[in-house]
Ligand binder design. Structure first.
Ligand code: SF4
Ligand code: SF4
Ligand code: SF4
Length: 230
């Protein structure tokens, strides 16, 4: 038996235990283009212009995009009635989401609730605890892959978004945001990547019992304006 194998959809799997940088992955490991497009609306906040931000009307746009992805997947895969998901209120950002998934690149990604974010200049999810400078230098950033990116809005506000293709689900930014910020960054299983294992390998290792099976019709546990009842 080899260390790596492929599932029916061609997604390469790997044993638990190592985080690999996305640059090491082949194109075959990337999600299908349709999934990428839908999910990208959530994690990158693309299309959120400065004017939109100032009007406030587009906050949470990304979460709606993630919801759209959920709807798409709900119709694409109708057999299983449930999906694995992380309760962001239970997660303690232990780091195992990056290493325990059966996929070569974890199906868990960071997502962002724009409606909860403070658009802080000094973002504790973005910067190392003691940065050399408060700028975009890689040495100042907490994210090991450069997946958490920021855009200047107007002094002193910055907008933070996640490049999903670079995110490995390590949760470092989430921990920083939860410790000193508003908790607007959090982890979710991205259903355009997850193969919905009968028993999720991360759930088995999760020390906080944060994983649970949710209805396929509502496969995300969102914070902020995208959350149920808000
Ligand atoms: S394994 Fe559990 S506690 Fe650890 S980062 Fe994942 S969801 Fe959070
Ligand atoms: S620090 Fe955040 S954005 Fe960067 S890889 Fe880890 S979870 Fe993803
Ligand atoms: S069910 Fe769990 S282990 Fe399987 S692909 Fe999804 S997140 Fe990874």
């Amino acid at each position: 038996m080899t260390d790596e194998s492929s599932n029916a959809s061609g997604e390469r799997r790997r044993p638990a235990g190592s985080v690999r940088h996305p640059a090491e992955h082949s194109a075959a490991n990337e999600p299908p283009p349709s999934g990428q497009t839908l999910a990208a609306a959530q994690v990158t906040g693309q299309g959120l212009s400065r004017r939109d931000w100032l009007k406030g009307g587009a906050r949470g746009v990304g979460l709606l995009g993630f919801g759209a992805a959920a709807g798409f997947l709900g119709t694409r895969e109708s057999k299983a009635a449930t999906r694995w998901q992380i309760d962001p209120n239970q997660c303690i950002q232990c780091g195992r989401c990056a290493t325990a998934c059966v996929l070569e690149v974890s199906a868990v990604k960071c997502v962002h609730s724009f409606s909860m974010c403070g658009y802080c200049k000094l973002c504790t999810g973005y910067f190392e605890p003691e940065p050399i400078n408060l700028d975009e230098g890689a040495e100042n950033q907490l994210c090991p892959t450069g997946a958490l990116q920021r855009k200047f809005i107007e002094d002193p506000y910055y907008e933070y978004s996640i490049n999903k293709d670079l995110c490995v689900g390590c949760g470092k930014c989430v921990k920083g945001c939860n410790m000193f910020g508003n908790g607007s960054l959090y982890l979710q299983v991205s259903h355009d990547r997850c193969v919905n294992c009968n028993i999720c390998a991360i759930a088995r290792e999760c020390p906080a019992q944060a994983f649970r099976q949710v209805p396929v019709t509502k496969p995300y546990l969102l914070r902020g304006k995208g959350a149920a009842g808000k």
